[in-house]
Write a protein that binds this ligand. Structure first.
Ligand code: OGA
Ligand code: MN
Length: 258
């Protein structure tokens, strides 16, 4: 299995909020200073894209489907989807601010690290009042009290023909919870057990929904966003247009940063 790294976040901006939970003699930033080069990247596990289709019994709820009962059980707990988390108006408001910053960037198609194909991304700390409130709502729902949300929120603009390959976000750079809103398009996210890619589930993320991936879903499963032509849920094609995701993460676990 080929392993390499990908830059999920523009690392130069990964400056953490002050956080008492990991207050040490050295700040979080200092501890990572030497890592903020090209290798400050979430790990990507390059996995083959063939999956067993022999499952007889598909377990399914509104957003999750899997042919494996254990996977279904784990992800029913650790991968939540909240449909219509934002209104159309709120989506427009987020898009307006997000577009302003991404439009200056170029889409990466054949980037050396190749973890995401057809994308541009940035991070943003300061948002207008309405958008700050939406982000606060996400953080309030996704994180527990002792969690420290990263101050910079990740904006990922995936082109219509772009896709995200299976990977696990680097544990050194973000914590146990990843919470993302899908703007402009619905998609299917596939979560596969890192130890056995045939043990997977498909997760339907409708436009304007929020997903909260935590604990085992975050650490033990790879996640990917399928191409339009592979994008199926409950036997139906889920059209994958250009998609902008706004993703909130929390600070890494102290044991992962030393
Ligand atoms: C990532 C990622 C998911 C999303 O950027 O590492 O997996 O919802 N993004 O865009
Ligand atoms: Mn990721």
């Amino acid at each position: 299995m080929k392993m390499f790294f990908r830059l999920s976040f523009p690392v130069q901006k990964l400056i953490p909020q002050r956080c008492s939970r990991i207050a040490t003699t050295r700040s979080w930033k200092y501890k990572h200073k030497k890592d903020t080069g090209v290798f400050a990247r979430p790990m990507l596990l390059q996995l083959q894209r063939s999956y067993s289709t022999s499952h007889q019994h598909i377990l399914r709820n509104e957003h999750l489907e899997s042919g494996d009962a254990d996977v279904y059980k784990i992800l029913s707990e650790d991968m939540k989807v909240i449909p219509d988390f934002i209104t159309e108006q709120e989506e427009q408001s987020l898009l307006q601010e997000a577009m302003k910053v991404v439009k200056r960037l170029r889409y990466e198609f054949n980037h050396w690290d190749n973890a995401i194909h057809g994308y541009r991304e940035t991070e943003k700390k300061n948002w207008n009042e309405l958008n700050s409130q939406i982000i606060k709502n996400v953080q309030h729902l996704a994180f527990v009290q002792q969690d420290c949300p990263l101050a910079y929120v990740h904006i990922l603009d995936l082109a219509q023909d772009g896709f995200i390959k299976p990977h696990v976000d680097a544990v050194r750079f973000c914590g146990d919870t990843i919470a993302g809103m899908s703007l402009l398009s619905s998609c299917v996210m596939r979560l596969a057990q890192e130890s056995d890619k045939n043990m997977f589930a498909n997760v339907h993320l409708p436009q304007r929904s929020l997903y909260i991936m935590k604990n085992r879903a975050r650490y033990e499963f790879t996640h990917e966003v399928l191409k339009d032509e592979e994008s199926f849920f409950d036997g139906k094609h889920i059209s994958r247009q250009r998609r902008i995701s706004i993703v909130c993460r929390n600070e890494p676990r102290p044991e992962d940063t030393s």
